[in-house]
Design a protein around this ligand. Structure first.
Ligand code: AMP
Length: 296
């Protein structure tokens, strides 16, 4: 059977491949046919955020691969791994609806065979915020699985969401430092109508927690407003965000207000600025962020 059964842009049921050998063959056939290969790595439980990346890949590439793999090596908490939502049949249908050609859905054993011993660590930028709260295994697991997936799929371009801002930075740095031949595109965060950033974990929020979850976006909005009113102190902006979150009954784990390039807090905010927050809300831990251009 041809690995490139569907014409670009035509939605149909994607093939689901489970072995490294099979996905390599499918991508090689597409490449021989002259197609640019786009890749969207996911952990499944797909929502509009994931689908936006797939649409972007569809628009930019002749052959689109999405992976669905709940990567055990990036979970610091066995219960979180256990409870991570999984519905492959639904995910494959959704991926097909936006024109994904092939879904790569390997087993944990295919990705981490017995004796697996090699990990990729991105020092420095992996360490604060998500790295500090989820432990050192988290970004080590992310970098390792993304490096493996890039070696397996060999895409021309891979798509990531700004929603996971630190993850996107870790991936970019790994690609640069290890000279991986792939272009990284980071795409905007997709939100629910009321502003909540879409996340696979949102399905675990009960009605009260779903309402409280808006605290993260409120904190970011309050920070942006403060900057709009002329506040240029990172600490003062972080305080405004924290206060807004607490006012909605959510205690932030961190509020980072940093230069988006250096990831350090300057004395005075200026230029591209990343404001990132994380907080537990009921049974889940949520993250969100915004990027702002701060005028001098
Ligand atoms: P995950 O399945 O959570 O590992 O996410 C897979 C990819 O989808 C990552 O690049 C995420 O940053 C991205 N993603 C998750 N949620 C969103 C969202 N709300 N908007 C845009 N991209 C997202």
């Amino acid at each position: 059977m041809s690995a490139i059964a569907s014409a670009p842009g035509v939605a149909s049921s994607p093939r689901v491949l489970r072995t490294i050998a099979d996905i390599r063959r499918a991508v090689a056939a597409a490449r021989r046919a002259g197609r640019r290969v786009g890749f969207v790595p996911t952990m499944g439980a797909l929502h509009e955020g994931h689908l936006s990346l797939m649409r972007r890949a569809r628009a930019g590439c002749g052959f689109v691969v999405a992976s669905i793999f709940v990567n055990p090596s990036q979970f610091n908490d066995a219960a979180d791994l256990e409870q991570y939502p999984r519905d492959e049949a639904r995910d494959v249908t959704l991926a097909g609806s936006v024109g994904v050609d092939v879904v790569f859905a390997p087993s944990a054993r295919e990705m981490y065979p017995p004796g697996f011993a090699t990990f990729v660590t991105v020092t420095g930028i992996s360490e604060p915020w998500e790295g500090a709260h989820r432990g050192p295994v988290h970004f080590r697991g992310v970098a390792t699985v993304v490096a493996k997936l890039f070696n397996i799929v060999a895409p021309d371009v891979a798509y990531f969401g700004q929603k996971d801002a630190q993850q996107a930075l870790v991936v970019r740095r790994m690609v640069r430092d290890l000279d991986l031949p792939v272009e990284i595109e980071v795409c905007p965060t997709i939100r629910e109508a009321d502003g909540l950033a879409m996340s696979s974990r949102n399905v675990r929020l009960g009605p009260e927690d779903r309402a409280r979850a808006l605290a993260l976006k409120s904190g970011l909005d309050a920070a942006a407003d403060a900057i709009g009113r002329g506040e240029r102190s990172p600490a003062a902006v972080a305080r405004v965000a924290s206060d807004a979150m607490r006012a909605r009954g959510v205690e932030p784990e961190y509020v980072a207000v940093v230069d988006a390039e250096t990831l350090s807090a300057p004395a005075v905010l200026r230029g591209e600025t990343l404001i990132a927050v994380a907080a537990p809300v009921g049974p889940v831990r949520l993250i969100d962020n915004i990027l702002l251009q701060v005028p001098a």
